[in-house]
Ligand binder design. Structure first.
Ligand code: SAM
Length: 301
């Protein structure tokens, strides 16, 4: 049988190829191309518009780094909003916090969720059957614009900002200003912020844009093998500072909130996420770009 290869373009000049064991699903939804493939080195992969979103071999590195530093910075998060999060792993991590009473997940693409339930149970487990979960299918930006609900933490886990893609208007100053009003007094937001290697300009623009809306903004990144890159996160906070949490507090909160089955996140890795090399620190300081609705930023496709 001729070998199949999946080619992921990081930039117009760099691509990564994975030998494919099995193509489990391939189709176009109303919003994006969806491929679910089994590879030799990454296990099962969810691929949207040609970009690996999650792979069973290492998705927990990304999802634990995305969720726990921010949730632990809030003293007692009860009401959490996840925008995007299709395959369910982000909600899985949020639900690990015993203090969380309700998670609302808003994803634009119901087919991605249905396909994840069908083929990616290794990632979503029983999340979609959890009574604490409210699942809404719709555009995350419109939800924020039309909702009068208040959340303790908002996690933005949408696809990278691609020209013509469904998510680029969730990286703008106007969106962050609307989102700010949906957060409680101690509220925080965290967003996936693309690669700190292949799209450092995008990462630093997201950081700079959030810093125009929140008075505490912190940048983090972690190596994610299936992204073949260090992957960035940016946290905006009304009061708490994730870089000021000490190991003792985190050990206690992990116990008190009964957070179990952590495979990457620990009080030590929490600290490591916020240690950025000098060239990235310098770039964040010098960044002038503010992402706006009429001046969006796009990842190199
Ligand atoms: N962790 C992945 C990453 O780093 O790119 C993203 C996780 S998840 C698969 C991305 C989800 O964002 C998809 O399920 C997609 O349907 C959803 N999405 C994209 N644009 C959206 C929008 N405007 N509103 C809500 N969900 C959106």
């Amino acid at each position: 049988m001729p070998w199949r290869w999946f080619v992921e373009h990081q930039t117009p000049y760099t691509s990564i190829i994975y030998k494919v064991k099995r193509i489990i699903y391939s189709g176009r939804t109303k919003y994006q191309q969806v491929d679910i493939i089994e590879t030799y080195d990454l296990g099962l992969c969810l691929v949207l518009d040609g970009k690996v979103q999650s792979s069973t071999k290492d998705e927990w590195i990304y999802h634990e780094s995305l969720v726990h530093p921010t949730l632990f910075t809030h003293p007692k998060p009860k009401n959490v909003l996840v925008i995007g999060g299709g395959e369910g792993a982000t909600v899985r991590e949020v639900l690990k916090h015993g203090c969380v009473e309700k998670v609302t997940m808003v994803d634009i693409d119901s087919e991605v969720v249905e396909l994840s339930k069908m083929y990616l149970r290794e990632m979503c487990d029983e999340v979609f059957e959890e009574p604490r979960l409210e699942l809404i299918f719709g555009d995350g930006r419109r939800f924020i614009e039309e909702s009068d609900r208040i959340f303790d933490v908002i996690v933005i886990d949408v696809t990278d900002p691609l020209s013509g893609g469904p998510s680029y208007l969730l990286y703008t100053k106007e969106f962050y200003e609307k989102l700010y009003k949906r957060l409680s007094g101690y509220g925080l937001v965290v967003t996936q912020a693309t690669s700190t290697f292949y799209s450092l300009d995008c990462f630093s623009a997201i950081h700079n844009t959030l810093s125009k809306v929140f008075n505490i903004v912190r940048a983090a990144h972690v190596w994610v093998p299936s992204y073949a890159s260090t992957w960035g996160f940016v946290i905006g906070s009304k009061k708490g500072d994730p870089t000021e949490l000490d190991e003792e507090y985190l050990e206690k909160e992990i116990r008190d909130r009964n957070v179990e089955n952590l495979r990457f996140y620990t009080p030590k890795t929490h600290k490591s996420l916020f240690i950025l090399p000098p060239h990235i620190e310098r770039r964040l300081k010098e960044e002038k770009k503010i992402i706006r609705d009429d001046q969006p930023i796009f990842m190199p496709a």
